[in-house]
Design a protein around this ligand. Sequence first.
Ligand SMILES: [Zn+2]
Length: 745
Amino acid sequence: MSEPIFYQRLAELLKEIQNVTSFSESFPEFEPKVLELFDCERITVYQRNKHSFDIVSRYKSGDELREIRVPIGPQSLAGYVAFSKQGLVVEDVHDADALHAIHPKLKFAARFDHKSQFRTHNMIVVPIIANHILLGVLQLINKNNKADFTLEDQTQAQELANFIGQKFKYELGGTNGPFEYLRHKKWITESELKRIEANSRNHADAIRRLIDDAKLMPEQVALSLEIFHQTKHLGYDPDNYHLHAANSKLNTQYLKRNTVCILANVNESPIVLMAEPNNAALLLEIESATGLSAYDIHVGLPSNILKYLGSTSGGDDQLGEIGDILGEIEDDSDDEEIGQDEILTEEAPAVVRLVNKILHDAKQFDASDIHIDPNKGNSPTKVRMRVDGVCQEILQIPASHHAATIARIKIMSKLDIAEKRLPQDGKFAVKINSNLVEVRIATIPTVFGEGVVMRILASGGAMPFDSLNLSPRNAERLNKMIVQPHGIILVVGPTGSGKTTTLHAVLGKLNTPDKKIWTAEDPVEITQPGLQQVQMNNKIGFDFKTALRAFLRADPDIILIGEMRDRETAHAGVEASLTGHLVLSTLHTNSAPETVTRLIDLGLDPVNFSDACVGILAQRLIRTLCSKCKAPYTPSDDEKAFLIRQYGKDQFKELRVDIANLTLYKANGCATCGDSGYKGRTGLHELLMMSSPLRHIVNTGGTATDIKKLGIEEGMRTLVQDGIYKVLLGQTDFVQLQKITSSDH
Ligand SMILES: [Zn+2]
């Protein structure tokens, strides 16, 4: 169906849906229209069950009303989408490898097929969401005539699902924000709620203020949360609930920081109690750390969750210890009666312990930056930490010990301690609670002396740049591109090709204390200290292009825009990059050259775009062979010929392969890889680096083929070529490579 006709029909359908009282009851009327619209055989709409952690699809079979109930979790396709809130196109539901690559537990539930004699081939599964709250799942099954579903089908299905989400929300009496119900019931005025929300550091702080300052009852706040999250509230009830055995598998600091705990009811069934139950990433982490797969989920007030977890004191004893060290420092200086200029050295045990303690506490408080600022004359040095974006003074160090503290940090980061007049950059890694934490430092000479800013990088947040598995050629080129002070860099590929991972790895490399980095993401999946990360909210009109405008007022150095979904966003991104910002973003295109023509087709000015564009990285994820059991073999002449032909006969020489004695690897299977022969995935890359000749082609209306041809001449290697390179390295095999080549040709 052509796009205009599709949207015209969709609009008519949405109007009809809008006018019925109950979507679910009227669904049989819409069903044939939706099937026709998407040209597919079946459609299933699941609705979120408020009282248990599952989704339900009700349908009529003869006179009977039947239902399919699916737990929210990675065991089924609908459950996985409900859980991850990410849409999927499944090309072949019977391809266990492909499902495994999405999530190790994911399986296709063939029992529905068996029961009904219906054979499922492919499907689109998209979440039905309103205001980030999951309300259901829409499943489109079997494109007619055995055709494949496309990414465009997925986008369109998501549009329908978004509309159904608004309908469900309306039917459920849902609210737009966690505290909206309070205002709706006139328990608080709009202006007071706004003031509290603006002054609160985070969700927990807002709740505390609502109860302490606005004098609301905890039960009122709980009810508001229950309605917003469409999830049952559970209060503090130690007689009926206690910590579940699985809770002990998680670090208490981690649980407190994320305000979550795992409770058991009197039957020992697990319940995950969360302050913000729509945090799928947190649930995934908890599942993988505890092995829990079936549980209920409830929303709780942060104070109650902390009560279940024991004390709320958390940081108090830590500060006590710092007091001791400071006492020790003061004692030292009293004893030795040393002068201002030649105080104890950076090697003094108290100074070493003080610096370690500061780092330790920063990690405990989840601080992103530590600022050690010298003060005038004999005034003490202030140590401030930025927690949740707000700088707080944590302690003061006597002025007499300022120099030793700074020197200690400079030694740790291998900087020149004698140089105090010029700024220096460095980094070091330190073990805190057995986690290796990377700390970047920048020294700042001020009129009062030397100051230091330290930025704590997450140990588990972004993937290290060096782990992206870029070919040496691509690594060198991408490294050159990302240090440009301005311009636009795009990472492109279908959903699930690892674009966000790559962008965060790039940001991780660029994330130094002197850089201001803002990101607009939907959703925020990976967090990194030091970054200002902003979640989009389309319902209130907070989209990428609004965020971009707001960011420009803050004048950041680097901006990440989650996706260039439309002309306006793409246009705003190009403008921002032309006015001195480095802009990173993604696009749903298949190859780097095609991206250029897609953007021009979207209506971007070719000259502006080619000027702004630094480069485009297209990527895919490919399964890697299990290193424990992969089996070497000598490829046949046909296989060798295929590799050479696919790579290009002339270029194949650059790989310096001894083709006569070539050894490749294939999948085998062992206990480590669950007998699949594969473990993990890695990226395949196609990196187009903009150049004057390429710009000329773009400006004069060149096609994707023209761009590709010149790109290759200038050193770009295609996804397939990168795949062959990785087959030759023994990282993956022919079977996986052919999946990539067949989907891209
Ligand atoms: Zn294995």
